[in-house]
Design a protein around this ligand. Structure first.
Ligand code: 8YV
Length: 324
């Protein structure tokens, strides 16, 4: 029998996915289900044919400088690949795949969850009830902002941005503005209810709520800085289910402190799992623990898509979702 490709799986995955992996490859499963250290990643790069990685595995240029490298494919469990230095991987002859599509709806659903929670003060309200501080209904108590009919600005009109737009436009009657540097107007965006803005400035100034759906790249890291936040209309809200480092956290806190920003809903953070102390104490900020794709169904589909990429790679076939 031909030897099976060796695959290191860095984190525990849904049992059905692990079963398929065991049936197909010579698999090493992570034993402690914690983020792998740079040293452990380097050891893996030298010893296995492929690595099924997640967002918590940081394949920096230093890690990828391991020698010798045996790994030929990093199959990332997630659509974002900012945890992998792509030029360095390419330079070492390592292919990279991801899991787009299967997590679009879940992430869009979670974006709407954050939006609703922030504008309707749901996190704050829940804390009040659980804390035994609720003194009863009153006409002027804990008033949030109406969601229906507001203007939502979507930065990044790819799969997830468009799925959010559909929910907001057709479900909540929102006016939806969109911006991506390379987006072109047409039926695909119009069908999602998106009016494309000519510039980011226009979108920021015209939106009541801005939601981030762009990848973290050299162009977008730190994009939401003090200048950009100041361009938002006073009393606007910011939602982030993309990547934490797109927002400059100090600038976000300052905009919340000054009241220019009315609230924020965050699922992702620059230094996960660390969350800035100055955000933790704020009632107008909803903080979730990177739950975008966290449903049983989606995590299985992500796993199966990663397996398909591994299979195709070792069969010499085209990868279903190759990044490089
Ligand atoms: C995943 C995500 O849970 O797919 C992504 O890019 O951020 C999340 O949905 C995470 O990446 C798992 O590796």
């Amino acid at each position: 029998m031909a030897t099976r490709p060796s695959v290191l799986v860095t984190r525990r995955l849904p049992p059905a996915v692990e079963a398929v992996l065991r049936d197909t490859f010579d698999v090493t499963l992570s034993s402690d289900d914690a983020a792998m250290s740079p040293e452990a990643l380097q050891r893996a790069l030298g010893s296995v044919d492929a690595i099924l990685s997640t967002v918590t595995d940081r394949f920096t240029a230093e890690v990828l400088a391991a020698y010798p490298i045996r790994t030929r494919l990093i199959a990332n469990f997630g659509v974002g690949v900012d945890n992998i230095d792509l030029p360095a991987a390419h330079a070492h002859g390592i292919a990279v795949s991801n899991t787009p599509g299967v997590l679009t709806d879940c992430t869009a659903d979670l974006t709407m969850t954050l939006l609703m929670m922030v504008l309707r003060r749901a996190g704050e309200g829940e804390r009040e009830v659980r804390g035994g501080r609720w003194m009863g209904w009153a006409p002027t108590r804990m008033l949030g902002r109406r969601v229906t009919g507001r203007t939502l600005g979507i930065i990044g009109v790819g799969r997830i941005g468009r799925a959010v737009a559909r929910r907001a436009h057709f479900g909540f009657d929102m006016r939806v503005l969109g911006y991506s540097p390379r987006a072109v107007p047409g039926p695909e965006l119009e069908g999602c209810g998106i009016e494309l803005c000519p510039s980011l400035d226009t979108l920021l100034a015209a939106s009541d709520v801005v939601s981030l759906h762009c990848p973290s790249t050299l162009d977008t890291r730190g994009m939401m800085n003090a200048t950009r936040l100041a361009q938002l209309s006073p009393g606007a809200f910011l939602i982030n289910t993309a990547r934490g480092d797109i927002i400059v956290e100090d600038a976000l806190v300052a905009a919340l402190d000054s009241g220019h920003l009315a609230g924020a809903g965050l699922d992702v953070y620059r230094d996960e799992p660390a969350v800035a102390r100055r955000l933790l104490g704020r009632d107008n900020v909803v903080l979730l623990p990177h739950l975008g794709s966290a449903t049983r169904e989606t995590r299985e589909e992500m796993g199966f898509l990663a397996v398909q990429n591994l299979r195709a790679f070792f069969a010499g076939e085209e990868l279903p979702s190759r990044v490089i």
